[in-house]
Unconditional design. Sequence first.
Length: 318
Amino acid sequence: MTTSRETDWMDHPTLRRLVEEAGTLELEERITLLKALIPGVAAEMTPRDFEALARHAKAMRRLGIVREVKSRAECAALEPALARSSVEIVGGVYTPQDESGDAHEFTQKLAHMAQARGVRFRYETTVRAIEAAGECVTGISVRESGEQIEGDAYVVALGSYSPLLCAPLGVRMPVYPLKGYSITIALTPEQAAAAPSVSLTDEAHKIVISRFGDRLRSAGTAELGDYDNEVNPVRCEAILRRVRRLFPFLAPSGEVEHWAGLRPATPNNVPLIGGTRLRNLYLNTGHGTLGWTLACGSGRALADLVSGRGPEIGFKFQ
């Protein structure tokens, strides 16, 4: 099994090509969006902290990733909502190559594109077990019908649940469920006119804020525990309080949507992509908080591996 952070370098172009290939205004509007800015809050970030942020940006630039250190005024010019924040911004780091979008909308459109090309999806189908004999997988047993689905190659891409399905085969992996939370605020027309349009990362509180049309979403926190998707309202309220402190003019006028989900985390935050001890079983899991960010690049590399081709990315897969 080979893992690498280098998959970051191949995702954005692939994602962009998929958007362009779709050729629909609706999809383009959902995906072409918000550049990323990490503002530093004066009361919560010392000069030393900000210097560390700048050093990290410099290190990323050496890897070919554009990260620009910006002053307070430059941050406000990039995102005017910061000028109305109730906290003092000392500066920030801007990544013009970054984009954020509606991952659900993208996935739905991608599925339609795949179906148009002959891909068959089996929805509402539960995989009971992966059947194997010797060094090969022989099929997938389905709970509902009892049938066995056979194929030439099998890919486990079940996020946090990947280890549970693979353990009976003796395929072990360091992937753990890391629960994260998000809130989604419905914006009034007045709030929408003033709300951030640039994707923001609150470095002090480790939350991200993204705009989706007339909605504003903020996500963060991490709980290492069991396979539990239950929403802890205390966690969501903490995120909401932070958003209100940053932007008091965005106090929700209606119900705030709460959500919780499990991130498939690895100890070093690097995904598991490649083959296993079973020669026709592959893994594509462990992407942590970067599931959509790494999805297209990981899928392209794995498609090359399954097809017997060498991936374009320059490191060794197994």
